[in-house]
Design a protein around this ligand. Structure first.
Ligand code: GMT
Length: 391
């Protein structure tokens, strides 16, 4: 199949999922065209079957807000026509699904008039935060309704979308995935742990875009409590608006020298593979990709019981969950587990085993392939959506 993929290329889990999906599909022989405003971060080198089309947004003094969504729609239509794409797959509804809808309409109205189907994958904040803003809700809802196929990354997100947006679409749940051959506890990566922690020290990690929804200050609070009980270090991977507050809190608590703010990193898996516990105390996660990536590397997640997280973590078996803001309970879980090496390692191994069983690329990518086939079959029997406007 020839698939056009659009996502936010530089920030967040949705862009990572979209890029990894494209790479995996390309390895399976599909032709993948990324249509984005900059090269997706995990698209590092030339890969067979992968093409990248940059969306140029023209600036003009009149445009206080350059219309990216229009430039994107135009590029989607051009690339689809030129490379004869079978479908577009957009990740994160706002504004990608609106642009795809416009591209579809342009192709339907322009000879040779074809029906280009588009699939929208909902990731989380496109529904739970941004999507609820009245200035975006009606158009997001409309573009979801107009999508030829809709997927959500968790059952939670599916139900929430159906309830809040009051739509009748069939939303298929296709969970996020991790490549278990690439994300693992490699001995050579584990050996690099010495750069951050001495032999007698535990290593905790947090990975996010440091937005308020991630509650990074709770990460510092939990780590502070752990440090009072045992020698430990904390790796903070990522960057975003709450970073400086977190730095300041670490200074105030006198633990700053034990906390490494690494900023954005390319080789997440190499860092994760060195760690013991991953902290994800988010206000809300529709899925929690960071937890999954940690689990694949045998890092035990301690997270909040929010959104789709219970679909990823089996409490007491592959990790622990507590209520949002309950830093005492999350600290207690961390301290108990870090005090028992064999329990920690056994839980890490169970976490990886669950990834292999339920969330590996080998299990999930075929679900997307089948979904595309279903959407294509339906689209082939449907007429183009608009009347011919070119006479
Ligand atoms: O978490 C973010 O702020 C970024 C956001 C995104 O769309 O890039 O992440 C969402 O999508 C991820 C990939 O599907 C999920 O793992 C995250 O749980 C979800 N974030 C939230 O729901 C807050």
């Amino acid at each position: 199949m020839k698939v056009g993929i659009t996502c936010y290329p530089t920030y967040g889990g949705s862009g990572i999922v979209a890029t990894e999906l494209g790479l995996e599909l390309a390895r399976r022989g599909h032709e993948i065209h990324f249509i984005t405003y900059s090269q997706p971060i995990r698209l590092t080198g030339p890969e067979p079957n992968i093409h990248y089309h940059e969306v140029e947004v023209t600036r003009y003094p009149l445009f206080e807000y350059p219309p990216y969504d229009l430039a994107l729609a135009t590029r989607m239509a051009e690339v689809s026509q030129l490379y004869e794409l079978d479908l577009l797959h957009v990740h994160y509804a706002i504004p990608h699904s609106v642009s795809a809808m416009l591209a579809k309409q342009m192709l339907a109205a322009t000879p040779p008039r074809r029906n280009l189907p588009f699939v929208t994958t909902l990731h989380g904040t496109d529904i739970t935060l941004v999507g609820l803003d009245r200035s975006y809700l009606p158009i997001t809802r409309f573009s979801i309704q107009q999508s030829d196929g809709v997927t959500a990354v968790s059952q939670y997100l599916r139900n929430r979308t159906l309830n809040v947006f009051d739509i009748k679409n069939n939303i298929e749940v296709i969970p996020n995935f991790v490549n278990c051959d690439e994300y693992l506890r490699k001995p050579e990566w584990l050996a690099n742990r010495i750069e951050y922690a001495a032999d007698n020290e535990r290593l905790l990690v947090h990975l996010s875009n440091f937005r308020p929804v991630k509650r990074v200050l709770d990460v510092i609070e939990i780590f502070d409590r752990v440090r009072k009980k045992m020698p430990a270090k904390l790796l903070l991977i990522g960057d975003g608006p709450d970073r400086s507050q977190a730095e300041w809190l670490a200074v105030q608590k006198g633990i700053h020298e034990h906390v490494f703010f690494l900023g954005k990193q390319d080789n997440i898996r190499e860092k994760l593979a060195m760690c013991d516990i991953l902290l994800m105390p988010s206000e809300l996660e529709s899925f929690g990709l960071a937890a999954l990536e940690g689990m694949a590397c045998e890092v035990v997640p301690i997270a909040t019981r929010s959104g789709g997280v219970p679909e990823v973590i089996d409490h007491g078996v592959t990790g622990y969950m507590a209520d949002v803001g309950d830093v005492e309970t999350m600290s207690r879980y961390a301290i108990e587990l870090l005090s028992d090496e064999s329990a920690l390692r056994a839980m890490g191994k169970r976490a990886r085993a669950v990834c292999r069983e339920r969330f590996c690329t080998t299990k999930i990518i075929p679900l997307y392939e089948n979904f595309y086939r279903k959407v294509l079959a339906k689209a082939q029997s449907a007429p183009p959506v608009l009347q011919d406007s070119v006479r």
